[in-house]
Ligand binder design. Structure first.
Ligand SMILES: [Zn+2]
Ligand SMILES: [Zn+2]
Length: 275
């Protein structure tokens, strides 16, 4: 996989399977790709506003719930807490794969509202994988923050209304839910780090090297066209087992058999856009 220098001197990953001769004609990937430019222009002020609100609410609820989890901690729960955290991370990894696979494989940017807001970033990411490294914190994390708002708000409401005995009872499940919420919320940030080759904080590289979060080398496997495997982008723990099971392939065959829709048809259309 090649690495290229950006204008600000920070190197970023580029997808590898492109023959160099194509550069002489129209851009086949990167920020100058015609489809990538069109997709980047669809990022609207309304969308930006939705992301800001989601980030502020989500991080406030997370802090609130974290304080209440600490306040209700009991040593007797330790093993259940650890189990809950691991299960939460695995669920988040699977959910990241399912959402990523769904958006990469089905639907179209032309779908009303949803297409522009939620499928567009996935199309942009395949033809301009470095764009994510230029997105700020709000654009990177806004959508995932929105996803976790309702469960986090529900947990906060329960901390305020349940009795201490009820909270004690439900505590391990809340540890599971909280770990799930944190990892779902941070998935795109972790994904962005997996595309960043210079200037990452040491602790982030350490977490990647230990495979606690998605390692850079591991995620490159997804970025080989036609982008049909290794969809999990939180920790990537489930990518190998799901690939061995042929999980995504079987699911695609099933859906294609029922609906007649061809997997990745829209993704391919954007990749081929040169004007
Ligand atoms: Zn993808
Ligand atoms: Zn990626």
């Amino acid at each position: 996989m090649a690495s290229m220098e950006r204008q600000d001197g920070r190197g970023v990953e580029t997808p590898s399977p492109e023959p160099p001769t194509l550069a002489r004609t129209a851009a086949r990937w990167g920020s100058q790709h015609a489809g990538a430019r069109e997709l980047a222009n669809l990022y609207s002020p309304g969308k930006r506003c939705q992301e800001w609100i989601s980030v502020i609410l989500c991080f406030s609820l997370m802090a609130f719930n974290f304080i209440h989890l600490l306040a209700n901690f009991h040593l007797g729960h330790v093993w259940y807490i650890l189990l809950g955290i691991v299960a939460g991370i695995l669920t988040a990894d699977f959910a990241s794969g399912l959402v990523h696979w769904g958006a990469d494989t089905w639907g179209s940017v032309d779908l009303p509202v949803f297409g522009k807001a939620f499928i567009r970033p996935f199309r942009e990411h395949h033809i301009d994988p470095t764009a994510i490294t230029r997105h700020d914190f709000i654009e990177t994390n806004g959508d995932n923050c929105m996803l976790t708002l309702v469960p986090l708000a529900n947990m906060a409401f329960n901390f305020l209304t349940l009795s201490p005995a009820e909270i004690y009872h439900i505590y391990p499940f809340y540890c599971y839910l909280f770990a799930l919420g944190i990892f779902v919320t941070l998935t795109n940030q972790i994904h962005k780090w997996s595309h960043t080759y210079f200037g990452l904080p040491r602790w982030v590289v350490f977490l990647q090297d230990c495979h606690i979060i998605l390692p850079r080398k591991h995620h490159r496997i997804h970025h080989v066209a036609p982008h049909e495997t290794y969809f999990c982008i939180t920790t990537g723990w489930l990518n190998y087992p799901l690939e061995k099971l042929g999980f995504w392939r079987n699911l695609e065959d099933l859906i294609q058999g029922v609906t007649g829709e061809k997997p990745r048809a829209d993704d391919l259309k954007w990749a081929q856009k040169v004007k």
